[in-house]
Design a protein around this ligand. Structure first.
Ligand code: ADP
Ligand code: MG
Length: 322
């Protein structure tokens, strides 16, 4: 983060919370998350499936209404915006989904799919044509695909449609929700490179969600690790990989092949147990049941996210010196 702390972040949340009512009780999908993303920066969000990444991204865009907390865009609170105000905001804030196929109408051609957002915002037909041609070029979709249907394309090209649709209204901020997770490894790098190039050329700010730490390593300036709805660690990307502190982060890193990882950062046992649902979680460390370093203190209260210097924060009793 460093320098970004001095400037106003493009996007910030304070105590952002989303609880879902379920038959078994209140599910704490996102629980008091504070984050800041500087302009033209990327915040990576990682954690296992079910830890609240998508809910966080969607709540920020208000595709899901927050239960509590603030969402600030350029310092302005948007969580109370009316639908009309949000409609304007949505031009600036977009989302790219994991599976573009699921979010694309199979009966529409590539050209029409990309023109959709322009129609929604009443861009005149004469202009739409030209904008679509330009954006297809930008995302690397050849003109010959204009009249084809999404099912005729491979995953990488379909994701390029998803990216084109997100980009066509000139947003500033994009939530990328597992944008390469459904793609073959060989195509993942192409899409990641495209996203990084677009960030540079269009001055974009990303919240980049993935369950795969290796994917966010190069694309993120900062990385935030989530576990059952809470942030357990956050640090500049390089720092997180060089010096992971939370036992959970260490396990995530251990799970990817990393020859340069120091032995002391490896844990003796691999992650044990299952992720539970965060339904009315008791006041204790949420990772405690799976943690090899769990002590009595971890079972009696929830560790706060604490600064350990260098823009590095961790929520773990091991670093809770007092
Ligand atoms: N609409 C919903 N109703 C009830 N529970 C939900 C809903 N959406 C998500 N959840 C629950 O919230 C938690 C976080 O889900 P999600 O944000 O999709 O996680 P991730 O994207 O990290 O896999 C999960 O336990 C999930 O089952
Ligand atoms: Mg998700």
């Amino acid at each position: 983060m460093g320098q970004d702390n001095m400037r106003q972040p493009l996007l910030e949340t304070k105590g952002l919370t989303k609880y879902f009512k379920t038959k078994r009780g209140l599910l704490h999908a996102v629980d008091h998350v504070d984050l800041q993303i500087g302009e033209k920066r990327t915040l990576g969000v990682v954690g296992e499936s079910g830890c609240g990444k998508s809910t966080l991204g969607r709540t920020i865009l208000r595709l899901i209404e927050p239960t509590e907390g603030e969402i600030l865009y350029k310092g302005e609170r948007i969580e109370g915006y009316t639908p009309a105000q949000m409609r304007e905001m949505r031009k600036k804030m977009q989302i790219i989904f994991q599976d573009p196929y699921a979010s694309l109408n199979p009966r529409k051609t590539v050209k029409d799919l990309i023109a959709d957002p322009l129609k929604v915002y009443k861009v005149p037909k004469e202009q739409r044509e030209e904008i679509v041609t330009r954006i297809m070029e930008t995302v690397g979709l050849a003109k010959r695909f204009e009249q084809v249907y999404p099912h005729e394309l491979d995953g990488g090209r379909r994701q390029r449609i998803g990216i084109a649709r997100a980009l066509v209204l000139h947003p500033e901020f994009i939530v990328c929700d597992e944008p390469v997770s459904a793609l073959d490894v060989s195509i993942q790098a192409q899409i990641l490179n495209l996203l990084m190039d677009l960030q540079e050329s269009h001055g974009l700010t990303y919240l980049f969600i993935t369950h795969d730490l290796s994917v966010v390593r190069h694309i993120s300036d900062d990385i935030m690790v989530m576990y059952l709805g809470v942030v357990v660690e956050r640090a500049p990307s390089k720092e997180l990989f060089a010096n992971p502190l939370h036992p959970y982060t260490k396990e995530l890193i251990r799970a990817i092949p990393m020859p340069d990882l120091k032995p002391e950062h490896r844990l003796s046992n691999s992650l044990r147990g299952e992720v539970s649902d965060p339904i009315e979680p008791p006041s204790r460390c949420r990772f405690a049941p799976r943690c090899n370093y769990c002590s009595e203190a971890c079972m009696s209260r929830d560790p706060e996210l604490r600064d350990v210097g260098g823009g590095h924060q961790v929520a773990c009793m091991l670093y809770n010196k007092e």
